[in-house]
Design a binder for this molecule. Structure first.
Ligand code: COA
Length: 261
């Protein structure tokens, strides 16, 4: 498959997947999600690949979120479908891969971008990274697993604060709250990611795949949480607040929310 929105590079038994829409800060539109799904599926089936590193193109962003221009006019049903399809094709898919996936966060990881990083098995950030779930500023909630995976890492209180304020945190704060494992200078991000990937690649891929399965199994009792997220994400699309939030973003102005459902 030819990819238009992503690049896949290989360095011996390590693959580097780069989301490549720098002019849109690597925002996730539908075709990027589909391409990522296919790339991850191919790499999972390639027995020569032991580790995958996921990063963003350019110096500014890992991923600045789901592509707002694509979903701004969606109905409630389309919103719900967007969330459930995305979770299935990419976010849950990545989490459940038996090949380890490391997110190398090289800038903004916002909304769906942070949710994608949270779906990876662990995260390394450059010291200029900014992480956040700004969805409520658009009149919607995180819909790609953020309401479930952020509390798992950061704890419920910090996750609630981040989701309710929609504010960004810097890399040092993200490290303090266990969102990322290491913070390094931007020029060292790939070096450290590769170093850790090579160390993983020396170990038994079979044992690692069982370890991923076992670690993930401990978090599988939140099926209801994910389902509620999908339903609530869809419900937001039927509100005046959502129309105002997304229109304001696209018109580059501050939203004025009335609280109208
Ligand atoms: N969806 C669609 N387009 C996006 C986007 C997104 N999530 N994030 C950024 N872009 C686009 C911008 O619209 C702009 O496009 P344009 O040049 O055609 O106008 C381009 O990427 C560059 O972004 P810009 O806003 O000009 O950069 P900035 O440095 O001023 O601000 C951010 C950076 C990340 C703070 C800002 O882009 C932003 O708030 N993005 C949205 C974040 C968000 O709410 N994500 C959650 C979505 S659910």
């Amino acid at each position: 498959m030819d990819f238009k929105n992503i690049l896949v590079e290989r360095d011996a038994d390590i693959a580097i997947v780069i989301i490549d829409r720098p002019k849109k800060l690597n925002a996730l539109n539908r075709s990027t999600i589909s391409e990522l799904h296919h790339a991850f599926a191919q790499l999972e089936n390639d027995k020569h690949i032991r580790v995958i590193i996921l990063t963003g193109s350019g110096e500014k962003a890992f991923v600045a979120g789901a592509d707002i221009s694509e979903f701004a006019g969606f109905s409630q049903a389309q919103g719900e479908q967007l969330s459930s399809e995305g979770q299935q094709l990419l976010f849950n898919f990545v989490e459940n891969l038996s090949t380890p996936v490391i997110a190398a966060i090289n800038g903004f990881a916002l909304g769906g971008g942070l949710e994608l990083a949270l779906s990876c098995h662990f995260r390394i950030a450059s010291d200029n990274a900014k992480l956040g779930l700004p969805e409520v500023s658009l009149g919607v909630i995180p819909g790609y697993g953020g309401t479930q995976r952020l509390p798992q890492l950061a704890g419920r209180g910090k996750a609630m604060e981040m989701i309710m304020t929609g504010a960004m945190i810097d890399a040092a704060e993200a490290e303090r709250h266990h969102l990322v494992n290491h913070v390094v200078a931007p020029e060292k991000l790939m070096e450290l990611s590769m170093k850790i990937a090579r160390r993983i690649a020396n170990n038994s891929p079979v044992a690692i795949s069982y370890a991923i399965k076992a670690v993930n199994a401990g978090f599988k009792n939140n099926v209801l949480g994910f389902a509620t997220e999908i339903e609530s994400f869809g419900a937001c699309f039927g509100t005046e607040d959502f129309k105002e939030g997304t229109t304001a973003f696209l018109e580059k102005r501050k939203a004025k929310f009335t609280g109208t459902r």
